[in-house]
Design a protein around this ligand. Structure first.
Ligand code: DGY
Length: 325
């Protein structure tokens, strides 16, 4: 008998087709964002779920979904999973890492360049019909070439971001839970490990690419913003909650830092309305991994994990392998 799974959000039709070869499916192609109660209802009688960060998998849900065996995130981040609760309920949790590293690194650079060189701000001004002459001081921004890049969170995406900086002749500083191996530092444009405080004080541009957890909540708050250069540009392609958005708004308004490029927000898709009033921010709707190829690869990776877990044995990307033993 085929296992039953829930596809909790809309995904590519070719991935649904693949999954239908293995499972009996319930698919939310209408892309309704389920309430916790709706998610619980939909999961009755299901052994697996393919989901995104919008599905909160916690002890409360798992206590009411006794047949569930595997939850597979179409995301590298998994802060929507309570891993301990998954393990306690013997539910395998999987994510979809690696396939998005290069695309996300590309986007971090797009956001950095747009923010440092005031691309969206000047475009809005042009579209509004204000451009009547060239000026020596029109939209002066910050140079990337020859500057110091600080990366907080030096996993695979952080290293891919660092590699790209060699073309700009930049010096790279990084801060991370653990130091990279010397050969990894060399490959990451000779990135140098420093304390968080040193990085904040020395970097011209800072990119955040660390996972969200209670330990990384508000990694950047008022105290950290106060350490940055007044000319600093801050980029967040990691997760909302890593930055204290209210403290950031205050820093951007008072000139404590120059500008910010944000792809993620606290409480997204809601975000603090004051961001919309600030000229020195570039705001994007959590699209760092959004190239067609990469989003398809992420969906296929999440599907592979489900197929392996329920039909074959061990999936490639297990977050709580202790469930298997
Ligand atoms: C990820 O993979 O974690 C991206 O942020 C998409 O949610």
């Amino acid at each position: 008998m085929q296992a039953k799974i829930l596809i909790a959000r809309a995904i590519f039709s070719e991935v649904i087709k693949r999954l239908s070869d293995h499972f009996e499916l319930e698919s939310n192609q209408e892309d309704v964002i389920f309430t916790p109660e709706e998610l619980r209802q939909r999961l009755q009688g299901k052994q697996g779920m393919l989901c995104t960060a919008s599905a909160k998998v916690n002890g409360d849900l798992l206590a009411h979904t006794p047949e569930l065996k595997v939850v597979s995130n179409m995301a590298v981040g998994y802060d929507n999973f309570d891993l301990r609760a998954c393990t306690d309920h013997k539910v395998l949790a999987c994510n979809s890492p690696d396939v998005l590293n290069e695309t996300t690194a590309d986007f971090a650079w797009a956001l950095l360049m747009a923010t440092a060189r005031r691309v969206t701000e000047s475009e809005h001004w042009l579209r509004a019909g204000h451009w009547d002459r060239w000026r020596y001081d029109g939209f002066l921004g910050a140079d990337l070439h020859g500057s110091t890049l600080g990366i907080i969170g030096m996993g695979r995406i952080g290293q891919a971001i660092a590699r790209r900086s060699s073309g700009f002749g930049m010096q790279v500083l990084y801060h991370n839970r653990s130091r990279l191996l010397p050969e990894q530092e060399a490959a990451a444009n000779h990135a140098r490990y420093v304390s968080k405080a040193e990085l904040l004080g020395a970097a011209d541009h800072i990119i955040l690419v660390l996972p969200y957890s209670p330990n990384t909540h508000h990694t950047i708050g008022a105290a950290e913003l106060a350490l940055m250069k007044p000319s600093a540009v801050l980029i967040n392609v990691a997760r909302g909650g890593i930055v204290d958005d209210i403290a950031l708004i205050a820093a951007l308004k008072s000139g404590k830092i120059a500008a910010a490029g944000l792809d993620v927000f606290e409480n997204e898709p809601k975000f603090h309305p004051e961001f919309l009033t600030l000229p020195n921010v570039v705001l994007t709707p959590h699209i760092a991994s959004a190239s067609r190829n990469t989003r398809l690869a992420m969906a296929n990776c999440a599907a592979d994990n489900l197929i392996a877990a329920l039909c074959k044995g061990r999936p490639q990307n297990v977050l709580n392998p202790e469930v298997l033993t």
